[in-house]
Design a protein around this ligand. Structure first.
Ligand code: MN
Length: 191
């Protein structure tokens, strides 16, 4: 049977301070992300997905197996949306596509922040691509745009475990800090 393992963070646990603390990254990556991977390995044993790749499980499975596969995928993707060298604005084709769709980068940021802040309960807010069309999608729980055949470009985790140690209930403060560490170089390459 194929066994998934926790990928290391692409930076040090202290790298995103002061916006995301080492304590948050330690729990979020080392405990929460790890738990989804452990659950995924346990739940897929003895199913037709035993030797499947992660995206195959994500797009094909339902219920608890889907939830843990998606949370595994989503967290790895989220870590790779952030960088201590991040912040600022996208350049090139992505910048132009954002401006075509929302009028300006500032207007896009407002719309994305509103989606992240407005999502009731736990979930994720995404910038995704469908054909050449950009879209902001808020998905509750373990949602993922790949389930709707849309390609994720950027995500923010708005489960409370992503910000509670640093910001307590102030999700809007976490979302505001997110923009200071978005790795636009990587996001632009995905586009
Ligand atoms: Mn999370």
């Amino acid at each position: 049977m194929k066994t998934f393992t926790l990928p290391p963070l692409p930076y040090a646990e202290t790298a995103l301070e002061p916006f995301i603390s080492a304590r948050t990254l330690s729990f979020h990556h080392g405990k929460h992300h790890q738990a989804y991977i452990d659950n995924l390995n346990r739940l897929k044993a003895g199913t037709p997905f035993e030797d499947a790749g992660l995206e195959e499980i994500l797009t094909g499975a339902e219920g608890a197996l889907y939830n843990n596969a998606a949370q595994t995928w989503n967290h790895t993707f989220y870590w790779n949306c952030l960088s201590p060298q991040g912040g600022g604005e996208p350049q090139g084709a992505l910048k132009e596509a954002i401006e075509r769709k929302w009028g300006s980068f500032e207007a896009f940021k407002e719309a994305f922040s509103a989606a992240a802040n407005g999502l009731f309960g736990s979930g994720w807010a995404w910038l995704a691509k469908s054909g050449q069309e950009l879209e902001i999608i808020a998905t509750p729980n373990a949602g993922n745009p790949l389930k709707e055949k849309k390609e994720p470009l950027l995500v923010i985790d708005v489960w409370e475990h992503a910000y509670y140690l640093d910001k307590q209930n102030r999700r809007a403060d976490y979302v505001a800090d997110f923009w200071k560490i978005v790795d636009w170089k990587t996001v632009s390459e995905r586009f």
